[in-house]
Design a protein around this ligand. Structure first.
Ligand code: ATP
Length: 460
């Protein structure tokens, strides 16, 4: 009997006959994950009914839950569980003064070349062979490299004069630097302390691509940690370890991650150390997050350009100093993609292929799905009762169409850790069947103890 036909309380028909299928090779893995995202409502190409808008994506009903979980997991670890980090939500529209001080107006550029034959555009620093066009193969057909500023410029107000120019922020970090004094005064923190922010950033990338890895509009999760200068190296090492462990704790296998210190020639002029957390993407190692020891560069720049002091005065010691900054800067959308790629799995269950996203429960879009065995009206009341019981605690899906086996498969593809099936026996024994995504084992659990049981299983 295949699981599709099994009664939900038939414990014997669980993982017997499970055969691990070879994990898809790298090229097909990418294709499969992108296909799953489209089919199951994680990520849609933007403006699809108008033919799409290059490298721009919309997060669908499932993706929006998962992306929110990634951001919530970051916020929980960076703000909620700490006493030394506070939050911020700064404006996206920003005046040129900020970007002049930060150096972005003059330095936030990529070298751009065009192929004279096929007119494709490339970042010259990303070309494997700087003389050959990777699109059409033309030799020595590139134009001279031009520096291209990645910031999106727009105008505030009705008149497009130069005085009305403003920018969409290309990173969230500057919001923390320009609010340093405000936060210091109002939050009564003293170094070491941090300011954390999650939000959209915009970069006019020359070569967006690889699904949501590199897009022009994306979400960042950044924290600026202000420390006494003498403690900077210690905190830099601390944050490298903390941030690497965050990905591992949320289920990315350590062998798919590495912490790569920048070579001296890669370092920004103000940085005395930067390490990237990298993930083994199907095309090779790619950055998820950079952790940088930025010294006092940012506060000094803003102090000089704004005329504000931007220092910390320690009343106890009478010491006045400008803190150094350690910055862990991660991408939420890129990290979501890494979680999807790391979680994708296939296996054969009694002759049928099962696709399962083995997501950590904290990241999984739904924690629980309530599935009445049949649409028959007798089950409506008790199924709604169970749904109402679970909903206040966790994001919960409800699905009553198709065979129970198909519905289990659908939840496996969404990464739902636990399914709760209400059947006709439930009317008599006031119990339901809880099915585990990973082992497919099923247990009969009284409705009275259901929340406690789910809480223990989810271990959140
Ligand atoms: P890359 O070298 O990949 O362009 P970066 O070093 O310029 O990235 P940072 O400025 O350090 O990136 O930004 C911090 C994080 O923001 C990155 O580690 C990445 O996760 C995310 N990020 C940056 N640019 C993009 C983008 N265009 N699309 C999606 N995420 C991005």
């Amino acid at each position: 009997m295949s699981e599709t036909d099994s009664s939900p309380s038939d414990v014997s028909a669980t993982d017997a006959g499970t055969v691990p299928v070879e994990v898809p090779n790298d090229e097909t893995l990418m294709e499969k994950v992108v296909g799953l995202c489209r089919q199951r409502g994680f990520v849609f190409p933007s403006a699809e009914i108008y033919g799409g808008f290059r490298s721009t994506y919309d997060y669908g009903p499932i993706g929006v839950l998962m992306l929110r979980n990634v951001k919530d997991a970051w916020w929980r670890s960076m703000v909620q569980l700490r006493h030394d980090v506070v939050g911020l939500d700064a404006a996206i529209l920003s005046p040129p003064a900020i970007w002049e001080a930060s150096g972005h107006l003059s330095n936030f550029t990529d070298p751009l070349v065009d192929c004279r034959e096929c007119h494709e555009r490339f970042r010259s620093d990303n070309l494997d062979d700087p003389t050959t066009c990777p699109n059409c193969g033309a030799e020595d057909a590139f134009t001279e490299a031009r520096q291209f500023n990645l910031m999106f410029k727009t105008h505030a107000g009705p008149v497009e004069t130069s005085g009305a120019e403003c920018y969409l922020r290309p990173e969230t970090a500057q919001g923390m630097f320009v609010n340093f004094a405000n936060v210091l005064q109002t939050s009564r923190r003293k170094p070491p302390f941090g300011i954390a922010q999650i939000g959209k950033s915009f970069r006019n990338e020359i070569t967006p691509g690889n699904f949501v890895f590199r897009t022009r509009e994306f979400e960042q999760m950044e924290m600026e940690y202000f420390v006494p200068p003498a403690e900077a190296q210690r905190w830099y090492e601390y944050w490298c370890t903390e941030r690497f462990d965050w990905y591992v704790d949320l289920g990315i296998p350590p062998e798919k991650l590495r912490l790569r210190p920048h070579d001296d020639d890669e370092l920004s002029h103000y940085s005395s150390g930067t390490s990237d957390v990298e993930f083994a993407f199907p095309w090779g190692w790619g950055e998820l997050e950079g952790i940088a020891n930025r010294g006092d560069y940012d506060l000094t720049q803003h102090a000089e350009h704004s005329g504000e002091k931007l220092e910390y005065f320690d009343q106890a010691s009478g010491e006045r100093y400008r803190p150094y900054v350690i910055e862990p800067a991660a991408g939420a959308t890129r990290t979501m993609m890494a979680f999807l790629l790391a979680a994708y799995d296939e296996e054969e269950v009694r002759g049928e292929r099962r696709v399962v996203l083995r997501l950590h429960p904290r990241i999984a879009p739904f924690k629980v799905a309530v599935l009445p065995l049949s649409k028959k009206p007798e089950l409506n009341g008790i199924a709604s009762e169970v749904l109402s019981l679970v909903q206040p605690h966790w994001m919960c899906d409800y699905d009553e169409t198709q065979s129970i086996g198909r519905r289990y498969r659908r939840q496996d593809e969404l990464g739902t850790p636990l399914c709760v099936t209400v059947d006709f026996d439930s009317l008599d024994d006031r119990a339901v069947t809880v099915r585990d995504r990973d082992t497919m084992a099923q247990e009969r659990v009284p409705i009275d103890g259901l929340i406690e049981h789910l809480r223990t299983k989810l271990a959140l």
